[in-house]
Design a protein around this ligand. Structure first.
Ligand code: GLN
Length: 193
């Protein structure tokens, strides 16, 4: 199993380390060519405005959408969720191309500013013990399409969702040493991690 991590900006190293600790082969994705042969892709947290600007004009997102249409599983965390959301509550990313593919409406920065960052235990579908979710200028999921399944909530608001093999989290499962959410994602793809 080979999993790519979008490495334009943000917390891609943490995802690479987490995947490595699970014994998965990894590679950084910065160009369309890097998508060939991947079994899955992770879109990290960071700053979505920077990511869409860096990707603009490279063709990377258009190629990635083709791979997603062909069944490539993708997991977007925090800014990565913003890239995947079919709808944003405002037009703060301007006319920049995003990916879409996850039938949710997301509000950027809805959990507050950097200094309002917090961690909280989350009960995650399929896991026996809660995970500690870290929220940093996190996006909030406002609406879900009918095919989007909720895997975890915080204060009744969905924070981990999936639509088939497209997963999104408003928090950062790559921070710390708990790899259970990555492992869950990979299990759903049939990986024996
Ligand atoms: N607030 C960031 C954005 O809008 C996301 C924050 C994060 O990824 N921690 O892109």
């Amino acid at each position: 199993m080979r999993v790519g991590v979008l490495a334009l900006q943000g917390a891609f190293r943490e995802h690479l380390l987490m995947l490595g600790s699970l014994g998965v082969d990894t590679c950084k994705v910065t160009k369309s060519e890097h998508l060939a042969g991947l079994d899955a892709l992770i879109l990290p947290g960071g700053e979505s405005t920077a990511m869409v600007r860096i990707a603009a004009g490279t063709g990377l997102f258009a190629t990635l959408r083709e791979h997603m249409a062909g069944g490539l599983p993708v997991f977007g965390t925090c800014a990565g969720l913003i890239l995947l959301a079919d709808r944003l509550s405002d037009d703060s990313l301007g006319g920049y191309d995003r990916l879409g593919g996850l039938d949710v409406t997301v509000a950027r920065n809805a959990y507050g500013r950097q200094r309002e960052s917090f961690t909280t235990p989350l009960t995650v579908h399929g896991l026996d013990e809660p995970v500690e979710g870290t929220f940093i200028r996190a996006p909030q999921i406002l609406e879900l399409g009918p095919d989007t399944e909720v895997l975890a909530r915080h204060d009744d608001v969905p924070v981990l969702v999936r639509q088939g093999s497209i997963w999104g989290a408003s928090f950062h499962p790559e921070l710390g040493t708990d790899g259970r959410i990555h492992a869950e994602f990979l299990h759903h793809l049939g990986a024996a991690v």
